[in-house]
Design a protein around this ligand. Structure first.
Ligand code: NI
Ligand code: MN
Length: 271
């Protein structure tokens, strides 16, 4: 099956309320940085790394305030630019968590509602959970990065960070929709080839900013040689000064046959 971007549109903040979708349509909205909203054909809503109030999203506060319906929050690792607004969103939406095991436990200690965290979402690398009444299968993949959870408060002498489990990515297979790979924060690594061989990817959400993740040239290797998706959506760039990679640099290195869909912040692609 071939997935091409069939429509893009700017999403009004108010449109974050659930919308009825035509069958076989999956909507992917970039909220800036590594934050994505994914809406399934049956109307399920997932947020990945929901730092909605990131500096690149000038409507972030309004979107956060207007977001009422989220079924699942997926978090790739403990860094604050990925945990983001998860606790607040979970409290107001009832969204259940998908996260690495120890990170999920730590997030409960930091206010994520305890009854929204369980074995239906906590797992480890190589595990798969079935969510949204079986419409979506989420495979937890490796990522090459770090994952300390910053402590709040200033308890002198205490460690600056909690253990936040290994950093991960997610391969999100939507029934009657694409397989989406959110790589998390990572460098390119050779075992991305195994992800493709065991769990093929249609749409890759790839960090390109450099400094904390792979840069465009290394991301292009991951796309061209290892994951080989049909569409790549660049992310994790431009939010802060050091994230210097740009979509044009990625495009310069992509092989033919891969479509780059460089979304604007709050723009939606439909697959
Ligand atoms: Ni990070
Ligand atoms: Mn990050």
């Amino acid at each position: 099956m071939r997935y091409l971007v069939t429509a893009v549109c700017f999403l009004a903040a108010a449109a974050l309320a659930p919308a009825a979708l035509a069958a076989d349509q999956t909507r992917v909205t970039w909220l800036g940085h590594a934050a994505f909203k994914i809406e399934t054909p049956s109307g399920g809503v997932m947020l990945v790394d929901p730092w909605i109030t990131n500096p690149a999203n000038d409507r972030g506060e309004a979107i956060l305030a207007d977001t009422a319906a989220v079924d699942r929050i997926l978090i790739t690792h403990a860094h604050p630019d990925h945990v983001g607004n998860a606790v607040e969103l979970a409290k107001k939406t009832g969204a259940r968590l998908v996260a690495p095991f120890e990170l999920g436990q730590q997030l409960k200690a930091q206010g994520y509602p305890k009854d929204q965290v369980g074995m239906d979402g906590l797992m480890n690398i190589g595990g798969t959970v079935s969510i949204l009444d079986g419409e979506v299968k989420v495979l937890m993949t490796r990522a090459v990065h770090s994952s300390g959870l910053e402590r709040s408060g200033d308890d002198a002498g205490a460690p600056s960070h909690y253990y936040g489990a290994s950093p991960v990515g997610y391969r999100i297979k939507i029934e009657a929709g694409p397989a989406i790979y959110h790589a998390g924060d990572t460098d390119v690594f050779g075992d991305m080839e195994l992800i493709r061989k065991l769990s093929p990817v249609d749409v890759m959400l790839a960090p390109i900013g450099g400094h904390f993740t792979m840069d465009p040239e290394r991301a292009a290797y991951a796309v061209n040689r290892l994951i080989q998706p049909e569409v790549v959506v660049p992310m994790h760039y431009g939010t802060f000064g050091v994230l210097e990679g740009r979509p044009a640099d990625l495009a310069d290195h992509l092989h033919e046959g891969v479509t780059m869909e460089a979304l604007e912040v709050n723009e939606t692609a439909t697959f």
